[in-house]
Design a protein around this ligand. Structure first.
Ligand code: ZN
Length: 145
């Protein structure tokens, strides 16, 4: 599923709490391409509701560190590798701050941090990580003539 944060263009129901998300409020949109249907399914959540359900999902599926059998190491110079690690750390920090801001109900800060996260993408040497994919697609589109 592709997920992104945007402004709500028309009043819609939150998939998590069932309350309405008003026009002009931040909304998390999820798009899922279904094999049986020809059109994608779209879901909408309050940013806080999305985080709540996403974190609940992660708690049910704990992180398992990869040992030696992961994907092969990327062919990158030491400088690029360091830059990459730095950006990954920066993004993790932003995600953490974003989560805190969302839990505090500070939607403006959530959006601000989202913009900062997207700014990291252009600085990323080598392929953009899969977990950054939504933004990567936007970047690809932007690069098309
Ligand atoms: Zn909600």
């Amino acid at each position: 599923m592709d997920v992104w944060l945007t402004w709500c263009k028309r009043k819609s129901k939150c998939r998590h709490c069932g309350e309405y998300i008003q026009q002009g409020e931040p909304v998390v949109v999820g798009k899922l391409w279904s094999k049986e249907r020809k059109w994608p399914m779209q879901f909408r959540w309050h940013p806080k509701c999305w985080l709540d359900q996403a974190l609940a999902y992660l708690e049910k599926h704990p992180y398992i560190p990869r040992l030696t059998t992961g994907r092969p190491k990327l062919e990158l110079s030491d400088v690029d590798r360091k830059q990459r690690a730095k950006l990954l750390r920066q993004r993790a920090t932003l995600c953490y701050q974003q989560r805190k801001a969302a839990l505090a109900g500070n939607a403006v800060r959530v959006l601000h941090l989202e913009v900062k996260k997207q700014e990291l993408i252009d600085q990323m040497p080598g392929p953009v990580p899969k977990s950054w994919r939504v933004h990567h697609e936007e970047k690809t589109k932007a690069n098309q003539p």
